[in-house]
Design a protein around this ligand. Structure first.
Ligand code: SR1
Ligand code: MG
Length: 417
């Protein structure tokens, strides 16, 4: 029989999970468990449970959007998609995501590895911390998960089964389709923005080229089912130590275009860059940190393309661009030309998604702490305005950028305005 859904609380958690072997063996005696709810995302409950034997994270989806409340129902099945995405990501890039100990589909509960001493990357960027190897890890994660979830690599029956499986993540895709690609460009009910941005918002909402670009990108997101995406790869979905990182929270997983995850990720670094002048540190130190952020963006793209290239040359086992077709064993001129053309298409999409993500995090419902924590409205608006202009150029002129250095130079010039 299906048990009625019940939200966990610190008071009920030990009673409900205390007899689950996979959890109990890691924590020890449930009577000694200490629970705290630490979720600060937009959707779910997250508990850290400490016991005499160790610690575990317990995540539970709620039947509504936590940020908004019960007026916005959201299916529990997103935990199923998160569980299935995590298992695939761990296969495709081993060690890149937390280990899962237990999954209860009906109660939408995932018990998983407590990452320590990891912190959320967004918070670490706000604290001005540098992380060795971060761009390399993120670029390789994208290349491995995106390449290995696609028809470049998977047996096509498996890819088609996964395409069908993740096609069920309708409501979370609907959030992305509306909140990311449409709402920022009209006066949607849940939108909010810093009042001083009014003139720019009016201009952007009257900008036909931009609105068409956003809709072209929405079409690509909705219809170009190239690979299994993380679906919400921002800096709040990454946990870091000084030199190690993991990716979390793939509940928005769906089949979509390869440029989406990388574009979203880069957008969040560029917004962290734009937000720096709004925070109080000495300008010299701030400028140095801004350059470090740009170096991570550069490294993400460089390592993505290097790993994608390695996989293209050594693991092209799917139905696409088969080496036998080119008669060059996968390394010759024809297959290299095909690889370069595919990467160019991913690059264009990536820049477009990057621009749109910057807009929606400034004008839509879901904002970012880097901007929100700038107390002074005028200072916040100045940072946000630079981000909006950068995002507009990236989205509309995405086909004109030939390399990351041009994007970074544009960010630097925008930062001077
Ligand atoms: C209503 S959900 C708003 C946002 O939070 C999630 O983290 C996703 O980014 C989504 O777009
Ligand atoms: Mg999330």
């Amino acid at each position: 029989t299906t048990q009625e859904f019940q939200a966990l609380s610190p008071a009920t958690l030990a009673g409900r999970l205390g007899q689950i072997d996979a959890v109990r063996t890691r924590l020890g005696d449930p009577q000694e468990w200490r629970m705290r709810e630490v979720g600060d995302g937009n959707l779910n409950l997250v508990f850290i449970v400490d016991g005499p034997g160790g610690s575990v994270v317990v995540k539970q989806a709620l039947p509504y959007v936590r940020l908004v409340g019960e007026s916005w129902p959201l299916p529990l099945k997103r935990a199923f998609f998160e569980y299935n995405a995590l298992t695939r990501q761990n296969r495709r890039d081993p060690g890149s995501v937390p280990e899962i100990y237990y999954f209860d589909e009906g109660q939408a509960i995932i018990a998983m590895e407590f990452l320590s001493p990891h912190v959320i990357l967004r918070k670490s960027l706000m604290a001005g911390t540098r992380h060795a190897g971060l761009g390399g890890f993120l670029g390789r994660f994208c290349a491995r998960t995106l390449f290995r979830g696609s028809d470049l690599s998977l047996p096509t029956a498996e890819r088609k089964a996964d395409l069908a499986l993740f096609a069920g993540n309708v409501e979370l895709c609907d959030i992305t389709e509306n909140l990311v690609f449409s709402d920022p460009y009209f006066a949607a009910e849940l939108n909010r923005h810093t009042p001083q941005l009014d003139p720019i918002v009016t201009a952007l909402r009257a900008d036909t080229d931009l609105k068409i670009a956003a809709q072209h990108l929405k079409m690509t997101f909705a219809n170009n089912a190239e690979t299994l995406l993380h679906g919400d790869l921002h800096t709040g979905s990454v946990m870091v130590t000084g030199d190690e990182a993991r990716v979390i929270d793939p509940e928005f997983a769906t089949y979509g275009p390869m440029g989406f995850d990388i574009g979203m990720l880069i957008a969040n670094f560029l917004m962290a860059y734009c937000a720096q002048p709004g925070h109080a540190e000495a300008p010299g130190a701030r400028a140095e940190y801004q350059e470090w952020i740009l170096s991570v963006v550069d490294e993400i793209w460089t390592s993505f393309t290097a790993e994608f290239t390695r996989l293209w040359r050594s693991e092209r086992t799917g139905i696409l661009y088969q080496a036998s077709l080119f008669e060059d064993q996968g390394h010759g001129l024809a297959s290299e030309q095909a690889r370069i053309e595919r990467l160019a298409a991913i690059w264009r999409d990536c820049l477009g998604f990057c621009g749109i993500e910057i807009h929606r995090r400034t004008l839509g419902l879901a904002h970012i702490a880097e901007y929100d924590e700038i107390a002074d409205d005028a200072a916040r608006a100045a940072c946000e305005a630079r981000g909006l202009m950068l995002g507009r150029t990236l989205a509309v002129a995405r086909a004109q950028f030939t390399g990351m250095e041009e994007v970074l130079d544009l960010a630097r010039r925008t930062n001077q305005e």
